[in-house]
Each structure stands twice: as structure tokens, then as C-alpha cells.
Design a protein around this ligand. Structure first.
Ligand code: ASP
Length: 329
């Protein structure tokens, strides 16, 4: 049976300041256009999510590809995953530093390898052996992120509260709960929801197949080698035609501990509507571990949900009725 396609994208969930909302809305709009141009011509969900995420990786606004957060020692180190709900084939890369588009490398893993996941230099060598150019890490760095890293280090030296989420999360008892109205990075009211702008996409194609993709530069000032939820199957990304496709953003460590992507898709498989499940998953994240973030969730019947517990989340949905974008659901 032919389906009416749907594409949903996100550009992170965080305390986005007012002066960044326009760039975020434009960024998710551009990603919708890139993915939808393929979907409406009958391309697969996998092709659409790859195209949408590639666009977001190329946009310096977001924490993925060009313009990613920097590691503690000032490098870009990226993770990405792509998953095909029709076949459960998946491709992931982590800790890559020399690829302009990690999601492209993830796609190559999915298509060209009997394996599912490559890391570091091995991932780069695999991508290069399939034609991807290896670039200098500096080509992915923007001045905004150099300043942001320096500011985070200054705060640390001054003994101010950590705003980076490069460390461990808190126990449920001591977790810093997100409050509305946190200020911009480094401002007097900075808090734990300051900066999570990982990108992702989920899509349903005309053949009724779904797919998901997530790509990230991780968290600000992360320890080199740290991998978050985004590229781990069932954590920041998952897709199965029998349940749903999901992409998350937010504080990675709590999301990983709850395997939150799979938690959500399992509930959709049990018959619950994605709109409610997305809300419940984000509530669970907060109640169980004091975590924060956002989720896009879509099933093969075309039912979907978006939820976040951060002040803002950049999102976009494209159906046959056209595109819609926003920074608050
Ligand atoms: N989830 C990502 C990570 O922990 C960060 C983000 O969503 O911005 O690596």
C-alpha cells in the first residue's frame, strides 16, 4: 500500500537564546527541503534522513559536523547512526575527526559492511576506502566554539557550576532539575539545559518504510573518546517498521542508561500512540534520572510525536500538506 510520506527533523533541545531562533528555524527548514525533495520523488526513508542530516551537519548552527562543540582539548569529535526500519540494518561511527559528514560514513557502514559500528581511525579508514575524503579537523571548527570552550574552562577555573555535561550525571536524588527560563551560555542563570544541539531525522516513505538518523559533535568540553547516546542503537536512534523510528537529543548519559529510544519504540509497538509515548519518554527521563532533552518519534502508519523538557527544541515536520517548523512544541 502506498503511504503519504512524512519527514521530521530536529536540531537539538536546549535553552536556545532568542537571537538564535531564526537560524535554528531556517536550519531545520533547509533540512526538511533537502529530505523532502527526495521523499516526494519516491526515494527511501533512509535516503531522506541521510539527506536531511547531511544538510544539518553542513550548517554551522548545529552541534554536528561543521560547527560542532569542541572536546576538552579543542578538537571536533563526532558520532552518527543511521537505521533502516525495513531491514533493521544499521550503520554507526563514533569519535571520527576527519570526516565532513559522519552520517555519510554511517550510511556506508550500513550499505557496504557486514558490521554495524566503527570507531575512530578505523571508521575514518573505512570511510576513506569507500571514497570519502579525509579532511583536517580544523576545517570543522568555528570561532564560536573556540570561544565557548574557553568560556567553559574559565567557569571551571572560577569554580562556577558546570554547564557542559561533559562529566557524569547526577543521582535521581541530587540531579539538577531543569527549570524554565535558563539564560544563555555563561550568563548568570546558566543551567543544565544550556546546550544540546545534536541533529536528527525520522522519515516514512511511500512504500511504508521508516528510518532514523542522528548525528552529533557530543557535549561541550567532553573528554576525548567519550561517546554519548546519539550514535548508539536504541539510545539516541532506532528504527523498526514494526514499532517506530526515533531520534533523540539531550544529555547523553541518562538517555543511554535508560536506552530511551528503544524504550519509546517498544511502547509504540505495544499499541500506544507516538504522540503520547514521546511525552512519556521525556517525563521518564526526567523522573528517573533528572535528565533532559527532546525526541522525535514516527511510526509506519504515519503517526508521530515530538516532545522536550528543555525551554526550546528546533523541530520541523514535512507532510503532503507542506513544511512546519518551530523552536517550541
Ligand atoms: N546527546 C548528545 C550527547 O550526549 C548531545 C546533544 O544532544 O546535543 O552526545
Amino acid at each position: 500500500m502506498q503511504r503519504s510520506p512524512i519527514l521530521i527533523v530536529h536540531g537539538g533541545a536546549w535553552a536556545m537564546p532568542d537571537d538564535m531562533t531564526e537560524a535554528n528555524e531556517q536550519g531545520v527548514f533547509d533540512a526538511l527541503q533537502a529530505g523532502w525533495a527526495l521523499l516526494e520523488k519516491g526515494a527511501t526513508a533512509i535516503e531522506a534522513v541521510e539527506a536531511a542530516v547531511t544538510q544539518l551537519e553542513n550548517d554551522a548552527t548545529f552541534d554536528a559536523g561543521y560547527g560542532s562543540f569542541l572536546t576538552r582539548d579543542g578538537r571536533v569529535q563526532m558520532d552518527a547512526l543511521l537505521m533502516d526500519g525495513a531491514t533493521l540494518r544499521a550503520g554507526g561511527v563514533a569519535c571520527v575527526e576527519r570526516l565532513r559528514n559522519p552520517i555519510r560514513a554511517a550510511r556506508l557502514v550500513l550499505d557496504e559492511s557486514p558490521h554495524v559500528y566503527f570507531v575512530g581511525e578505523g571508521a575514518e579508514a573505512f570511510a576513506a576506502s569507500h571514497g570519502m575524503p579525509l579532511i583536517a579537523n580544523e576545517e570543522l571548527i568555528v570561532d564560536r566554539e573556540r570561544r565557548r570552550l574557553e568560556e567553559a574552562h574559565e567557569r571551571e577555573r572560577a569554580g562556577l557550576p558546570d554547564i557542559t555535561f561533559s562529566g557524569d550525571d547526577k543521582s535521581p536524588e541530587t540531579a539538577v532539575k531543569p527549570e524554565p527560563g535558563f539564560g544563555g551560555l555563561g550568563g548568570p542563570s546558566s543551567g543544565p539545559v544550556d546546550s544540546h544541539d545534536t541533529v536528527g531525522a525520522v522519515a516514512l516513505d511511500v512504500d511504508g518504510n521508516i528510518a532514523a538518523a542522528t548525528s552529533t559533535g557530543g557535549t561541550l568540553s567532553k573528554a576525548p573518546g567519550r561517546v554519548g547516546d546519539s550514535s548508539l542503537i536504541g539510545c539516541g536512534c532506532y528504527a523498526d517498521n514494526q514499532s517506530a523510528a526515533v531520534s533523540l537529543t539531550g544529555w547523553g548519559e541518562p538517555i543511554m542508561k535508560l536506552v530511551l529510544g528503544k524504550w519509546a519504540t517498544d511502547r509504540v509497538q505495544m499499541g500506544r500512540p507516538p504522540e503520547q509515548v514521546a511525552q512519556e519518554a521525556i517525563s521518564y527521563l526526567y523522573q528517573r534520572l533528572g535528565g533532559h532533552g527532546g525526541m522525535i518519534l514516527l511510526d509506519a502508519q504515519g503517526r508521530w510525536g515530538i516532545a522536550h523538557n528543555t525551554p526550546r527544541m528546533a523541530w520541523g515536520v514535512h507532510t503532503a500538506d507542506g513544511p512546519r517548523v518551530g523552536v517550541k512544541v
